[in-house]
Design a protein around this ligand. Structure first.
Ligand code: V55
Ligand code: FE
Length: 487
């Protein structure tokens, strides 16, 4: 008999596991779907299969569920599937959780000692005909882009040395090459970072390993047309602490952030480390190089953003200092001094960015993200994550924000940008976003907005006939790209 999930915030209300692997044909659509919107909106997020082994858990430890919304000829079909990780298969066979705390193998059932722990629950990225489900503590899992069937773990034919790959690889729009990194590349709390260059055809062309100054949660990073940026924040891991049953991560308020910068064509021996006061480093909107200058537009908070990560000095979590703000880091690469400029672009509580992927790595104007508008009430069932209630278009050039407040008793998730056509001007296209509405019960929608007119509200609303669990990240893949790979 299956046991109930605990009635803790991670497992109830808004966060109650969904666990449904669905196929829903022809979802209800309100409004008019733009005919230009032909392709698939993929999303990935945690959705725990079993009650936690240790009584409670954090959301980041849930099993990876991938969802797809396929747009064709004015209709949308959806599918969702769990990623068949080794962990999923072992726990399913046992009909219970065997793995313990988030990224701490010392808390596992001895039966799974040495078995892969990754949940593949953070992002889904399409590259070279492969759909990759990603989490930063393990290798990518390759899925069939049409059926979402798991094909297996991707180690590039056994060539990859790293045990990990980031959930935020970057694809160069000019060449189609994908660049990735993996931290803790040699195993738990190791200082090695692996740098991975994947050809447009999906082959591992080069892997370099180098030592970071300390083991840091480097969740996102930046790539420009010429440079790589490794932002280490003082959220650090220690194997001995984990062995004693402690958490993977602790925030060290006394430790500087360090930002490594390397030319894309250089050897890691040339890495230069810049320093900043301790801070929390979030996602990166975009980054670009101009002559000797390098710009990184990044969400930065004064302290770590995650309430589950304790401060090493025992001080309590400081909510005010956890607020991420869009910040422009400017590096003058001609100067040897390890200093750089940080300027807050907007004071708003914003995160979960997306851009027009054709402008990834290049000077750009348009960004998109979520925001928490604290002047609006938010009242949904159970405990929320952050409680995003606003979608934002950031005009970086004009310093202007265009907002769409998603409504009372409603939360939104990371926006996704779909260009109107392959050669449309930058930022001309659509924003897709997953909403959760509370109307006595919780329900999911996908909304479609004109990216240049967010405040005007959705031009189409796609109704999912039940509640999907909140996902983390996702991407739009145009039909032409999917068709070309199948041919
Ligand atoms: C993040 C998410 C993760 C994780 C580490 O959003 C960082 C940041 C969903 O899993 O494991
Ligand atoms: Fe992320």
């Amino acid at each position: 008999m299956a046991e109930p999930f605990p009635r803790t915030p991670t497992f109830s209300g808004y966060n109650e596991p969904c666990r449904i692997e669905a196929d829903v044909f022809d979802l209800e659509v309100e409004g008019e779907l733009p005919s230009a919107l032909e392709g698939t909106f993929y999303r990935c997020g945690p959705d725990p299969c079993f009650p936690p082994r240790l009584g409670d858990d954090i959301n980041l430890n849930g099993d990876g569920m991938v969802m797809m919304f396929r747009f064709a000829a004015g209709h949308v079909d959806m599918r969702s599937r769990y990623v068949r990780t080794e962990r999923f298969r072992l726990e399913r066979a046992a009909r219970r959780a065997l793995y313990g705390a988030y990224r701490n193998p010392f808390t596992d059932d001895p039966r799974v000692a040495g078995k892969d722990r990754t949940t593949a629950n953070t992002n889904v990225v399409y590259h070279a005909g492969r759909l990759l489900a990603l989490k930063e503590d393990g290798l990518p899992h390759e899925l069939d882009p049409d059926t979402l069937e798991t094909r297996g773990r991707l180690d590039y034919g056994g060539k990859l040395q790293s045990l990990t790959a980031t959930a935020h690889p970057k694809t160069d729009p000019a060449s189609g090459a994908m660049i990735s990194h993996g931290y803790e590349a040699r195993g738990l709390a190791t200082r090695e970072i692996s740098l991975q260059f994947i050809s447009p055809r999906g082959e591992l062309e080069r892997e370099d390993l180098f030592l970071a100054p300390y083991v840091s949660m480097m969740h996102d990073w930046a790539v420009t047309a010429r440079h790589l940026v490794f932002p280490l924040m003082p959220t650090t891991a220690d194997a001995e602490r984990m062995r004693r049953g402690g958490p993977h991560w602790v925030f060290e308020p006394g430790l500087d952030a360090q930002i490594g910068i390397l030319r894309r064509d250089a050897d890691p021996a040339d890495l230069r480390w810049y320093r900043a006061p301790p801070c929390g480093v979030g996602h990166i909107l975009n980054a670009f190089s101009e002559g000797d200058r390098l710009y990184v537009d990044i969400f930065v908070s004064e302290r770590n953003q995650f309430p589950f990560i304790a401060n090493a000095d025992g001080s309590p979590f400081d909510r005010a200092k956890s607020t991420p703000r869009l910040t422009r880091w400017s590096f003058d690469l001609s100067r040897p001094a390890p200093r750089f400029e940080a300027r807050t672009l907007f004071g708003e509580f914003m995160e979960m960015p997306a851009i027009d992927p054709r402008y990834q790595m290049h000077p750009y104007r348009h960004g998109f993200c979520t925001a928490v508008d604290r002047s609006r009430p938010l009242d949904v069932a159970g405990t929320l994550g952050v409680g995003w209630n606003t979608l934002v278009h950031v005009d970086v050039a004009a310093g202007r924000l265009d907002r769409y407040y998603v409504g009372e008793k409603t939360t939104c998730q990371e926006p996704c940008f779909a260009p109107r056509s392959p050669d449309a001007p930058e930022g001309e296209g659509f924003i897709l976003a997953q909403l959760t509405r509370f109307e006595g019960h919780l329900r999911t929608e996908i909304i479609v907005l004109d990216a240049q007119r967010l405040a005007a509200g959705p031009i189409a609303t796609i109704r999912v006939p039940f509640r999907l669990r909140a996902a983390v990240h996702g991407h739009w893949v145009p039909r032409s790209v999917l068709d070309a790979a199948r041919a």
